[in-house]
Design a protein around this ligand. Sequence first.
Ligand code: B12
Length: 495
Amino acid sequence: MKILFFHPSNYLDIGIPEGIAILSALLKKEGHEVALFDTTFLKPDSYKDKRHEYNAGMSGPAIYKKTSYTIEDLVMDDPIVNPAREFQKKIDEFEPDLIAVSVMTTNYDFAMKYIRKIKTRCPIVVGGVHPTLCPDEVIAEDSVDIVCLGEGEGALVELCEMIDKAKDYTFIKNLWVKNKNGKVTKNAVRPFVDLNKLPCPDWSLFDARHLYRPFMGNIYKGSFYISSRGCPCDCTYCVNKILKEKFTGCGQYFRYQEPEVTLAHIRELKEKYGATWFKFGDDTFLLKPIEKLRKLRDGLKPLKIQFGCSVRPDTVTDEKVKLAKEMGCVAMSIGIESGNEYIRRNILNRQISNEQIEKAFNIIDSNNIRISTFNLIGLPTETRKDVFETIELNKKLKARSANVFVVYPFPGSQISIKYKTRYKDKNGKIVPMSKAYTFGLSKMTPREVEWLRKTFNLYLYLPKELWPVIKLTENSSAKARKSYEALSNFASTIV
Ligand code: B12
């Protein structure tokens, strides 16, 4: 069986998607041949004019310490190509028996644009968080034959086996399968996969430039590793609550991998790819029981790797943070989300006080671990004053970097249900992350929200005396643009 994965990534959005990497490893173990079509390093024509936009990101503009070279230097000599034509070329050369697409809501339209254009005789299966949330929408696509809901490990292996043996595959759990007449068989979901039986993610499938990891002015090699799945919390902007409901009866929603398995994989990734910098993609890294963290510490310490992870303030204890530090943790991100406690508790359903956040910060900081924060703006009921409470809290905590996003009501999230938002515009296109301000959920104008996203880090890093100057840049005039750039450059020299 030949399987061609499709990773529909924005140009230069680097990082190896763990979903594809695990599925690829499993399929190879079963003796299948696997290839990848990945748009991350296919320089599109628009790069010439929109260079700056590509690297600006959605959480912007982050202010980083400069490194000796950047990802842009690594792609400098790459030719401009037509990604759609490259996709067809890959299909014609590899002649897959199955095309396997992995998508989130944010890249679903982008993926479908390509899928609708290609010519292939093999079936197309689409999996990932978006098809899990909106399977009806995905299976209704003419070009899509099969949709995978939830975890793909069991379903994809079974599907390949059936296609390989030319057997009926309409009955496979976790899959919705469309037949030639358009009739869809909707199968039940299966129990969650045992994370201890997972193979080491297959990074060899990906362009090695995915491993570029700048950190604090240096450059390392590495990518994501996920040692647990699920989250016990029900934050209103997150999709975990709806996923929990969809997979009721499939097993414990929050699960972690035994340290021995994680350690074996990290060791393998270090040996095979020279990875020494990891980002644990777990929703909340410190949620694991203390004895499991101790085992991880015992195994990771001698490996001398460095890593970053995300933590919830209410899981932070001095003992756990010390263990993380001994493991090699050099960076932690904490979700503040809003500096206004009322909004945090009542709009976002994060039952965490400012005091808890401050305490967590002090513990992490006193262990000499770099802290970055996650912040949301454009929240229901939010005013400009509330956004400044978030900025002030970050300032008080001396956050070393702040990621700022305009809240995006993903389908199925509590916020999307309560505020009856539509993630598609009137032309049926999914609202891009970059246009999240158009949801207009806060008491500010969408424009003000967008300007605050852009200036958030300037307010955070620069002294308050400069705030009136920053405020003057909150408009799109040429003069304001120039001052904005000057202030950003200045800020990057003082981080
Ligand atoms: C690590 C992570 C990231 C990483 C890496 C993402 C990547 N390229 O893989 C980074 C930091 C880059 C990231 C960025 C973003 N992320 Co993120 N991220 C996650 C996180 C925490 C884990 C994802 C993961 O790897 N899980 C483990 C793997 C094994 O699971 P998986 O990818 O779901 O794959 C399994 C199944 O879905 C299925 N499957 C997947 N693909 C396929 C394909 C086929 C053919 C089949 C059969 C099955 C299948 O099988 C896999 C194995 O079981 C999730 C939260 C979560 N708990 O899932 C959020 C999550 C995916 N991210 C989310 C969001 C919103 C974002 C951002 C938009 C954030 C932002 N504001 O900018 C960006 C967008 C990035 C982009 N390029 O578009 C949302 C997505 C919501 C949505 N509806 O799309 C999630 C669900 C968080 C949440 N709870 O709301 N993210």
